[in-house]
Design a binder for this molecule. Structure first.
Ligand code: KG4
Ligand code: ZN
Length: 368
């Protein structure tokens, strides 16, 4: 089993990403070396619209892809005209369809020109398998099955049962907005720029520190400290589903009720929202871990960068010593092409290197 070189392309949302990976070890001990990796975020372009505009994203991907390809191949030391790669991987869904099509058309064109197979990859599988990359911060991190995955991003909020590579089952998901989307919408309500997750988290941490420093309140009585609290949405639904649109509306009403707010009050609202939005993720994860004996808990997607979520999950895991908590490398938490290459390698190994060769279709709602 030699090395497999994969050129991976990701365009499902507002990040154009290209990577070249050298993969080895097979399904037993998969190992990845990133030879080249470039990413262009379109955040600045979509900022003024308060969210991602699909047709605008498509146009930007089309513009960026040739540039990023050249840059990535050069970084990997590969011939630009005839790069020594085994296959091309591209995200086929879920995501914004116009954006996905930009990546697929580019990958297929390239595949034809270079006579290389093109493999479609499920973006969510990419997020799950991103933990297979052993970086400087996680040199010995190993994924053991069965595993649970908590996937939290701007488009998804899911708890997935991962029986093995390629064997996924969604145990619960959001019925309306994704958690990252809720962070973005609440940020807008508070007049903060897009993407709102890091902005809300920053304000919330100021509120949290102020409460801790000033009065040393435990979490449960923060409500009385600031007078602002939102209930955990879907706490009593008895399933593993989520709902974030009611929480967002509750924040909207609260800000209307308060009228002009001091900076401290905005921080307290951000903190109360984060308490509820993250609190319910942790509660449902606890329920999932109680009902299923998992050897690993994988946390992926943009919201996994949230430090409050990270610290609450670490606390939670003290109750589940048999389960190891796995986060991807920091740079792989948000959308990237490395995770797409990783998922492609696993597919390639699973199919004994015989790849399906149907036309690739963009599937905005692609599930597992
Ligand atoms: O995975 P990702 O890069 O893109 C997809 O949605 O697929 O996730 C982006 C989302 C955005 O909604 C952003 O606000 C959120 O992740 N996010 C955060 C944090 N950093 C990014 N949410 C909460 N806390 C953060 N620190
Ligand atoms: Zn994503």
């Amino acid at each position: 089993m030699g090395h497999v070189k994969i050129l991976a392309i990701e365009t499902s949302c507002d990040e154009t990403a290209v990577a070249v990976l050298e993969c080895s070890g097979g399904l037993e001990s998969p190992s990845f070396k990133v030879l080249g990796n470039s990413l262009l975020s379109q955040i600045e372009i979509h900022k003024e619209f308060g969210g991602v505009v699909p047709m605008l994203a498509k146009r930007e991907h089309e513009k960026n892809l040739p540039v990023l390809l050249e840059k990535t191949l050069a970084e990997a030391g590969l011939d630009l005209e005839n790069p020594d790669i085994n296959l091309i991987a591209v995200t086929s869904g879920p995501g914004l369809e116009p954006a996905l099509w930009a990546g697929i058309a580019f990958a297929e064109g390239l595949g034809k020109r270079l006579s290389k197979p093109v493999l479609p990859v499920n973006h969510m599988e990419g997020h799950i398998l991103s933990v297979l990359y052993k970086g400087a911060k996680s040199p010995s991190q190993t994924l053991e099955f069965p595993a649970l995955a908590l996937l939290v991003s701007g488009g998804h909020t899911e708890i997935v049962w991962v029986r093995n590579f390629g064997e996924y089952e969604i145990l619960g998901q959001t019925r309306d907005d994704a958690v990252g989307e809720a962070f973005d919408k609440v940020a807008r309500i508070l007049g903060l720029p897009y993407p709102g997750g890091p902005e809300i988290a920053r304000l919330a941490s100021v509120s949290r520190k102020r409460i801790a420093v000033n009065r040393d309140f435990p979490d449960a009585v923060r409500e009385r400290a600031t007078g602002i609290r939102f209930p955990l949405p879907m706490l009593h639904s008895k399933d593993l589903d989520f709902s974030y649109s009611g929480l967002k509306t509750a924040v909207l009403y609260k800000t209307k009720e308060l009228g002009t707010m001091s900076e401290e009050t905005r921080e307290d609202i951000a903190r109360a929202f984060e308490d509820a939005a993250i609190g319910i993720l942790v509660e449902k994860t606890r329920m999932a871990l109680e009902a299923n004996e998992a050897k690993s808990l994988i946390v992926g997607g943009g919201v996994s960068a949230n430090t409050y979520l990270q610290s609450e999950l670490k606390k939670l895991m003290e109750n589940f010593p048999e389960t190891s908590l796995l986060f991807p490398e920091r740079t792989l938490t948000t959308d990237n092409a490395v995770m797409i290459g990783i998922a492609a390698y696993i597919e390639y190994e699973k199919h004994n290197e015989k790849l399906p060769s149907a036309r690739i279709l963009a599937e905005g709602n692609l599930s597992f």
